[in-house]
Ligand binder design. Sequence first.
Ligand code: AHM
Ligand code: MG
Length: 332
Amino acid sequence: MPIKRDGEYVTFGQHLQEQQQRFPSASGQFSWLMSGITLATKMIASYVRRAGLIDVWGDEGSVNVQGEDVKKLDIIANEALKRTLGYRGNVGIIASEEDNDPRVLQDVDPEDSYIIMFDPLDGSSNIDVNVSVGTIFTIFRNPPEVIGVEKSVLQKGVEQVAGGYVLYGSSTVLVYTCGNGVHQFTLDPQFGAYLLTRENIKMPEYSRTYSVNEAYLHRFPESYQKYLEWSKDPEGGGFSSRYVGSLVADFHRILIKGGIFLYPPTEAHPGGKLRLMYECNPLAFIAEQAGGMAICGEGQRIVEIQPKAIHDRTSLVIGSRKNVEEMATFLK
Ligand code: AHM
Ligand code: MG
């Protein structure tokens, strides 16, 4: 049920305003930017909900910069986000997992503008089979001094101003953090508004559940194989397994119920498959804010990795604090 304050539901916009009152210097620009995300994700949700009724199933016919087949809904989601955010007037640079290069928007005050990066439709190969998909986003400040687009966007995750995602699941939920806790809103289709449904989410410290594409087991480094063998051994961890194949859905379950998600290096993706900037950084920000952890295969905090290129990939171990600490002992 939605959380009420003084007998009233709390919308996402109201919540942002409350947060802003804690920072008297805040100009309101950030809330205006976030309203671009809520608008775009409501549009995407409406397409996702009608998949099968309107022509949005299947491939669009092209291959993106990641070498993946582009789905029709990937394009719709990407365009919805670029259009709504492009008109916000305070977004200096937009970078999308689907596009080769970041887009610089002109006529934006560099003193008070943001960089936004997103994976418009994560897990889109699941769309044709009615399995949950999501949108992931991260926001940075746009450095006011002119240092070039490349340098401006290649910031470490610790510099994130906000990170979040929208999961188009049994209901549509938006989860975000600005570094002041993790909060969840559920889209009420009747009101057309995101209403606060979970505040200050804390991840359970430990859970015997892992989430990994185990079909690749024999292509994982030995440390991961040993960890997984121990995890499933009834005499060892005695874990159970859950894997959706949509990162947002797998992560959301861990945020609420605890456990660990792994995407190790494989032969196909020796540096890991998931994208540092669009996928791993925002989820790592949320995980840490909720009391969890996120590291790469080398044991480094995800948010401390210095990106070298906008489409960098990384291995990912994310989830409940004690699960990640336990897994890290296998990496050593
Ligand atoms: P996408 O952004 O192109 O959809 O790819 C990312 C997805 C993640 O959602 C998911 O965790 C992973 O790829 C699944 O990969 P695999 O099919 O190798 O298990
Ligand atoms: Mg993705």
